[in-house]
Structure formats: C-alpha cells, structure tokens
Design a protein around this ligand. Structure first.
Ligand SMILES: [Zn+2]
Ligand SMILES: [Zn+2]
Length: 259
C-alpha cells in the first residue's frame, strides 16, 4: 500500500483507518489461531464476547433489562458526566482481557479493546472528543505496576479519533483502597475527592472523554468527572472497554466479581 492509499484511507474516515490497523498479522489476538476476523478475533473466540447491547441507560450507557430511559443507579443520583459508552460487558472474554491487561501487562488486549472502543465512539451520536483523559493510577501503584492500562486504551482510541491523550490532566490525590473489595456506598466514599485536575488549562472549555477499562458502580467515573468539571471542562463523557448491567430484579449492579 502506498502512502497515497494510506492518506486516502485516512480521509475516508474511521472505518477505513480501522481496516488498516487490523488484522496486524492475521492471527487471533486471544488464541493466536488463524482466520482472525478484521476485528482481530477468530470466530470461536468472538463467541465469548458479550456486546453491550440496547436498551441502555441514557446516562451511564449500562444495558437495561427493560426500556429505560434511566437505570436505577442514575435514577437515584444523576452522574455528573453527560453520557457513557462501552463496547462490551465485563463478562466472558472481554472481562478476561481486562484482567489480563491490568494484572499481567497483556498490551495486545489493550489494542483489541481500544479498537472496539473507537468503533463504539464512532457509532455514537455524542460530541467528538477534544481530548482523552485516562483515569490515573496513584503514583505508588503506578511505580509498582509500571504502566496504566487506561493510558494504553486511551492511546489506542486516540490513534483512531485523532484526539490527543492527556495522561497527566488528572491526578489521584490520595491512594484509595482496592475498589473490588468494597460495596457500592463504600466505593463512592473511597474515591470521593480522590482526584484533582493538575493542568486546568489543558481541559478548560474542552469536551473531555474519560477513558477506563471498566465502569462498575461508576464511582470512579463520577469523581473524575466532578474534578474535570471543577477544573473547567465544558463537558465530560465516559468511554470504557467494558461495563456491567443493571439488574432490576435485585436493584443492584451485576456482580463484577462473578464475571
Ligand atoms: Zn481465537
Ligand atoms: Zn444509568
């Protein structure tokens, strides 16, 4: 392919650009088997994905069992972000990819998930991002782990949509307990005021898309959005690789630990 073809493809917009990026070697990103589809997975692995399908909550984008417009969590208290989207449920293969990426440094999954997030963003009617802000890790956890998976995802989304990543726009002002062990209310308290905007000039007046691996209770996203809005962002939207569903029968979020 010549440079001209590439330029032409870029001009034609996202889809063509996505086709350029995948498949990188024609192998399945998960099992390394042959016959990967253009999205990077072989048909057998693709069966273990659970797309986040409508009907969805108009605000947080979580799939609902019945028509919305809002899930129980948003009815109880509207989040400060304008909207949220995710390509997959935090179950099956996508859940496994998130954990592998987060705890075992499997960057190839960040590429796969980031591509899916970019497609999701493209299909949305929401405003285009001016900047992408990954949810930061606390400095000590960043030191220990050496990378931030949300930053990997943001970099991949940025490749497609062209909006720059601002990895240092937000900072974690205090270390929070490991979220997975806490109940919803404890989580909300745990992350309250845990984030602050470090460079308000970079987000002032901007349409900011917050990037993370999973939207569970939404406590982290709410607190990041609050900090970004306080820092002058015009609006905040949330794009995650995975999300959990709202279960009306229990009035709770799907148990992400079970996924
Ligand atoms: Zn496969
Ligand atoms: Zn909702």
């Amino acid at each position: 392919m010549s440079m001209n073809d590439i330029r032409m493809a870029l001009r034609q917009g996202g889809e063509a650009f996505l086709d350029l990026l995948f498949p990188e070697d024609g192998l399945c990103v998960h099992c390394h088997g042959e016959s990967a589809t253009e999205q990077g997975l072989c048909p057998a692995c693709a069966q273990h994905l659970f797309p986040s399908a409508p009907p969805k909550c108009e605000r947080c984008g979580r799939p609902l069992k019945n028509e919305g417009p809002l899930c129980g969590a948003c009815q109880k208290s509207l989040p400060p972000f304008a909207g949220a989207a995710a390509p997959f449920l935090y179950r099956g293969l996508a859940g496994e990819m998130v954990r592998e990426m987060k705890y075992h440094e499997k960057k190839r999954y960040a590429n796969f998930l980031g591509d899916a997030m970019a497609r999701c963003l493209q299909a949305l009617e929401g405003p285009r991002p001016d900047v992408l802000v990954p949810v930061p890790l606390h400095r000590s956890r960043m030191r220990e782990r050496g990378y931030n998976q949300a930053q990997w995802l943001a970099a991949r989304v940025s490749l497609h949509c062209g909006a720059p990543v601002l990895p240092n726009a937000l900072t974690r002002v205090r270390e929070t307990d490991k979220q997975t062990r806490l109940e919803t209310r404890a989580r909300e308290k745990n992350v309250h005021d845990a984030f602050a905007v470090r460079k308000s000039r970079a987000v002032r007046g901007k349409c900011v898309w917050l990037i993370d691996d999973v939207l569970t209770t939404g406590a982290t996203a709410r607190n990041c959005a609050r900090a970004l809005l306080a820092g002058g962002a015009a609006q905040v939207w949330v794009l995650t690789a995975t999300t959990v569903a709202w279960r009306p029968e229990t009035g709770r979020l799907e148990d992400w630990e079970e996924a």
